[in-house]
Design a protein around this ligand. Structure first.
Ligand code: NAD
Ligand code: ZN
Length: 353
């Protein structure tokens, strides 16, 4: 089979590999559509997960099952499925402890294009098919279905980590596709006011649609100064970090109310430490909680998030700005994600209807 791989840090191309073997609890799938993620860019060009040779890239797709293992109960060949980016081992102690995403070690649930070949391939392997896959609802098209692999679950998990409650004032830092889904989720959870940090016009337009009320540009001074000015010096109840670098923690702690919570889903790609400002953290006693996490994955979550899209309560279509037809355009879509033109949110490559 053909797969589009990281040959080494900074170099990629099509390679030939054997079709993966299907274990008794596994499934083999072929993608119906694939989406490119910022993480693919971090992995390939920034060496985010370290050096990899001939590792097939990609972790966002929807797919058709081509083979199932003998112990798989709920899926069969021909089923169209949602595929989560994170595919934990559900019978692990980490999963029993409520941290499925860390089964097999910290961040161990992130297997595609990290520990094993990803989904930019004619066929790919899914461990624990009953635990990880979900049927693709018939009224979700293959392009929108790709947003359910990572963008929806990650953005929503940021809101879970920040523990957004009815009436909360919420700040979302970064309104790329993940941050946009955090805006949508905060709104669904009953936030009374949503401030968003971002500058690109199409992201601002989408964020308004998802429920953001006011916008801050990180290019116009510090985030904390602007948030404090907009909130009479009070700050906000909850903050989701979905963009920027390590410095966003410092800003977030400074404009979070005592008792507030920060949910980080942002990937911190450089530097050795995250600085927490001592005084604004209540000299260690401010009850300002900082929580960071990888999205959990899992079939139940995929089914529930899928039902939000199929019921029409969550419209993910504004996330996909560029749609390509066929594998021949995969590289173009990947390079587009690297170069990030101002009008890009997500590129998707469609392989079937
Ligand atoms: P993205 O790069 O498309 O969006 C990030 C946005 O943040 C961009 O619009 C950028 O302009 C903006 N930004 C840059 N600097 C900023 C600053 N100082 N303040 C505020 N905004 C700033 O990425 P994305 O796909 O939306 O993903 C967001 C982050 O989530 C990435 O770091 C990604 O690697 C990470 N991620 C985490 C998980 C997880 O499970 N935790 C899953 C997927 C992605
Ligand atoms: Zn992703």
């Amino acid at each position: 089979m053909k797969g589009y791989a990281m040959l080494k840090i900074g170099e990629s191309g099509w390679i030939e590999k054997e079709v993966p073997k299907c274990g008794p609890m596994d499934a083999i799938c072929k993608p119906l559509a694939v989406a490119i993620c910022t993480s693919d860019v971090h992995t390939l060009w920034e060496g985010a997960v370290g050096e990899r040779h001939n590792l097939i890239l990609g972790h966002e797709c929807c797919a058709e099952i081509t083979e199932v293992g003998s112990l798989v109960k709920d899926f069969k060949v021909g089923d169209r499925v949602l595929v989560p980016a994170i595919t934990p081992d559900w019978n692990s102690l980490a999963a029993q402890a409520g941290y499925s995403m860390h089964s097999g070690g910290m961040l161990g649930g992130w297997k595609f294009s990290n520990f094993k070949d990803g989904v930019f391939s004619e066929f790919f392997h899914v461990n624990d098919a009953d635990g990880n896959l979900a049927l693709l609802p018939a009224n979700i098209d293959v392009v929108n279905a790709c947003m359910l692999s990572d963008m929806v679950p990650t953005g929503f998990h940021g809101v879970e980590l920040a523990d957004v409650q009815f009436g909360d004032s919420v700040l979302v830092v970064g309104i790329g596709p993940v941050g946009l889904m955090s805006v949508a989720a905060a709104s669904m959870r009953g936030a009374s006011r949503i401030l968003a940090v971002g500058t690109r016009p199409n992201c601002i337009a989408a964020a308004k649609k998802y429920g953001a009320d006011e916008f801050i540009s990180y290019k116009n001074g510090t985030i904390e100064d602007q948030v404090l000015a907009l909130t009479n010096g009070q700050g906000v109840d909850k903050i989701i970090l979905a963009g920027g670098g390590n410095e966003t923690f410092e800003s977030a702690v400074k404009c979070l109310k005592p008792g507030g919570k920060i949910g980080n889903v942002n990937y911190l790609g450089s530097g050795d430490y995250v600085q927490i400002p001592r005084a604004e953290w209540g000299v260690g006693m401010g009850h300002k909680m900082i929580n960071g996490g990888l999205m959990p994955g899992g079939r139940l979550r995929m089914e529930k998030l899928g039902s939000l899209v199929s019921s029409g309560r969550l419209d993910v279509s504004p996330l996909t700005t560029h749609v390509f037809d066929g594998w021949d355009h995969l590289e173009e879509a990947l390079f587009l994600m690297r170069d990030k033109p101002a009008d890009l949110i997500k590129p998707v490559v469609k392989l079937a209807d």
